[in-house]
Design a protein around this ligand. Sequence first.
Ligand SMILES: [Zn+2]
Length: 113
Amino acid sequence: MNHKHNLFGDNIMEFPKTVRKHCPFCRTHEEHQVKRVKAGGRAKAAFKKGDRYRRVKMNNGYGGTPYPIQANSKRYGVKTSKKVLIKLICGKCGKAHQYNLGRARKFELVQKD
Ligand SMILES: [Zn+2]
């Protein structure tokens, strides 16, 4: 399974609901229940308070922003994919650890046949 290389194109990442993975607590491979970790979202304060005021001040008056702005492209540099982080719950000890799957536009948990 090459989840990590599913980075480009119209990708829908599918992942089984249960996987056999290494449990760092049991130190063996165990059946794990897979759950999606909800993204925490972007940090609300991207700048510290002082930085934010300084930035506002820099943008004021003549000259405008000191940083280059792409004209007429509000979504410039905005990614359409999201990082997928899953929670693996060990079936033996019940403890959970997280696993990063990389970027995907869509992520689905599928029932393994
Ligand atoms: Zn375990």
